[in-house]
Design a protein. Structure first.
Length: 444
């Protein structure tokens, strides 16, 4: 009886002018807004398509990115915020696993079929630029009211070739020194203002401080080194020491020198003296679980560590172990593929403008320093925990050298440094072999 009544109602509603169509659309809208959880390799959309004035369907663009975990949550908020802020454009995002992202993006750009807007690291841009697979964005910026002068000058230079910017930098990211206040207090190394008493700013001074931690708190690692991605902590200190990967004209390697040798010997001493655990495969977890006193961690980890109220964490710029405050860093950017038609180009650039400006605070919550100066200097951003220190450290970042061979160079650097520290290779011989490999890459 109840079923029959529903059938009759639907029929009557249809006869009264199609109200049921509007009701059905509302139900679909509600269902779409309550779609399930998202994961890696899953296509995701944020917000709901709302027809533009005049019943014109919104321009739909596909946004590819590799942001997972906490970063992915902020991107989801940002995309949803854009989609609900206007009716002309609808962004649909596809989040890919980071370890396969660039393979799939390269294939898409080569085949001319894929995203309408995509995230990429600044040091990955140049091959796409030289292959003419992504667009220069100066013209689109003018048409959509985006001003590159609002972005940090160093970031813009890092994505420009022959004076033309090919991407919009959305952040700068780098490492900070994370420290466990409770462990340092037990070791007698916590100042009254809750900052660490690191001792003399030198390799020897830093090692003495770590030895005191081991003596006073023997059940923890004095420092968890990011050995699984050893190239990053290596570059942090190598750049501190004044080192370069390539010669000024970027035609030859410049890695086989006393500076690199000193940094490698420093890390080898940490491992040999049990001040760091060479076999630790997840140093970020070791720190988060209170099993390490110190850790060189990314700013993107700040939200994760600070959200755990049981973790007595502090953050500061990297210590001047090798004399300067220069350190490794990179930048996420947004690009528009060259195959995208004009209508979607403008839509993509409008979304990029929103990401940089209105969405900058949301992205800043993930831990990255927004590349948009107005956002980074705003009270809303600066009042977040430790962000003033992040801004200070940002200006000491050394970006990767601009070369279309950088991906191959970085892969070789990673593999060879792993061999030196994990297999106990002689660092002098290892650096000589690494320099030869890099020169071979540059020559081909």
């Amino acid at each position: 009886m109840q079923v029959k009544w529903r059938v009759i109602v639907i029929f009557m509603l249809i006869k009264r002018g199609g109200l049921i169509v509007s009701l059905f659309s509302m139900l679909v809208f509600i269902g779409t807004g309550c779609s399930g959880t998202f994961g890696g390799n899953a296509e995701q959309s944020a917000g709901s398509k709302v027809p533009a004035p005049g019943n014109k369907a919104p321009v739909e663009i596909l946004f590819w990115n590799p942001f997972g975990g906490g970063e992915g949550d902020y991107v989801e908020q940002l995309v949803q915020g854009f989609n609900t802020s206007q009716r002309e454009i609808f962004v649909k995002q596809l989040r890919l696993e980071s370890n396969e992202y660039y393979v799939k993006l390269t294939t898409a750009l080569s085949s001319g079929k894929g995203p309408d807007v995509a995230a990429t690291h600044a040091d990955r841009l140049l091959p796409f630029v030289k292959a003419k697979q992504i667009m220069p964005l100066g013209g689109l910026a003018t048409e959509t009211g985006f001003d590159f002068h609002e972005v940090e000058e160093a970031n813009v230079r890092n994505v420009s070739l022959d004076g033309k910017p090919y991407a919009v930098p959305i952040d700068t990211h780098f490492h900070m020194l994370y420290y466990n206040k409770a462990i340092l207090k037990k070791a007698g190394l916590l100042n009254e203002d809750d900052t660490p008493a690191l001792g003399e700013a030198s390799p020897e001074g830093f090692i003495r401080m770590l030895q005191q931690i081991r003596l006073k708190v023997p059940d923890v690692q004095p420092i968890a080194v990011n050995t699984p991605f050893f190239q990053e902590p290596f570059l942090d200190l190598y750049y501190e020491a004044g080192g370069d990967l390539l010669s000024p004209d970027r035609t030859k390697a410049a890695i086989h020198n006393d500076k690199a040798l000193s940094v490698l010997k420093f890390y080898q001493k940490l491992y040999a003296s049990r001040l760091a655990d060479l076999s630790d495969k997840t140093p970020w977890d070791s720190f988060h679980e209170g099993k390490a006193a110190l850790w060189f961690g990314g700013v993107w980890e700040a939200g994760h560590h600070l959200s755990d109220k049981s973790l007595p964490v502090g953050i500061m710029p990297l210590p001047l172990i090798f004399g300067s405050s220069t350190q490794w860093g990179s930048s996420h950017t947004l690009v528009v593929p060259a195959y995208v038609n004009k209508e979607k180009q403008l839509a993509a650039m409008t979304f990029i403008k929103y990401f940089s400006e209105a969405g900058g605070i949301t992205w800043g919550q993930a831990g990255h320093v927004p590349a948009n100066r107005a956002v980074a200097q705003s009270e809303a951003y600066r009042q977040m925990p430790y962000r003033k220190l992040f801004i200070e450290a940002q200006h000491h970042v050394k970006f990767a050298p601009q070369t279309d061979k950088y991906t191959a160079i970085y892969t070789t650097l990673s593999e060879d440094l792993q061999n030196i520290v994990l297999r106990g290779l002689d660092p002098e011989e290892g650096l000589a072999a690494l320099e030869k490999k890099i020169n071979d890459i540059l020559a081909n």
